[in-house]
Design a protein around this ligand. Sequence first.
Ligand SMILES: C[S@@+](CC[C@H](N)C(=O)[O-])C[C@H]1O[C@@H](n2cnc3c(N)ncnc32)[C@H](O)[C@@H]1O
Length: 271
Amino acid sequence: MKSNYFITGNAIEELKKLPDGSVDLICTDPPYNLGKDYGNNIDWKQWHEYGQFTLDWLTESKRVLKNDGSLYVFMGVKFISRLFLMLQELGFHFNGWITWHYTQGMGRTKGFSPRHEDILYFTKSDDFTFNNDDVRIPQKYFRERNNMQGANPGDVWEFSHVHYSNPERVKHPTQKPEALMKRIISASSNKGDIVLDPFVGSGTTCVVANFLDRKWIGFDINPEYIEMSENRIKKEINMLDSIDPREDRTPRDLKKFDEAKQASLLLSFAK
Ligand SMILES: C[S@@+](CC[C@H](N)C(=O)[O-])C[C@H]1O[C@@H](n2cnc3c(N)ncnc32)[C@H](O)[C@@H]1O
């Protein structure tokens, strides 16, 4: 199947052009229906219309996914519970509710300041790719029973937004962090697999998929964002636009780990 292209178009119509069972991973961050200005489209519909729009693109997504494929959908709190039920009703298999804690944002004076969005992770069947070893993060402590190659990152992830002062920031209002996409794509696809984002925005999903040697396809209804994505994919990326702070940690009692390793080494020489 043709891959490694961006196309300007309506996600539902473009999805309809893809063959059944042709995509390994769909990772997407659709408009949340919160009134964002996306240039040639304003993210605002009556909720029932937004519900139908969501149902339509999810139905097509299910059709184009391979039987062992996975789907990750970003969503804001206002619609997430309905999205969850919709995915279940469409027959997707639930695999995780990931909370993305983005550490800073607007402040509220009457109510708690929002600091998270969520990502629903469903698969098409119970047979799916999950590369646990590719997403491990350093353990917090040395423990005999811990796998010292690293821990599973869990389902609460901390990545800061791509700040406006960041040199990698482009002119898109909801650009997502590359490091976050890297975790999803590394876990749920293999080299050469096809990764699709039907609402690609500034291109983040495809830029990271390309970096990880996956094939990719991206749609967006705004031609300016498609041009932005095309420019971004030609540039070298360094994955520094955000990082999970746990990636940098050293197990607190690593010294004990080193001593244990040395002792077992001495023991093996003595034998
Ligand atoms: C939340 S943004 C995606 C941001 C992206 N993850 C990034 O890192 O830049 C959603 C995108 O969906 C696009 N969009 C809105 N309605 C669409 C539709 N019907 N079909 C395709 N794209 C659409 C908007 O133009 C916007 O760029």
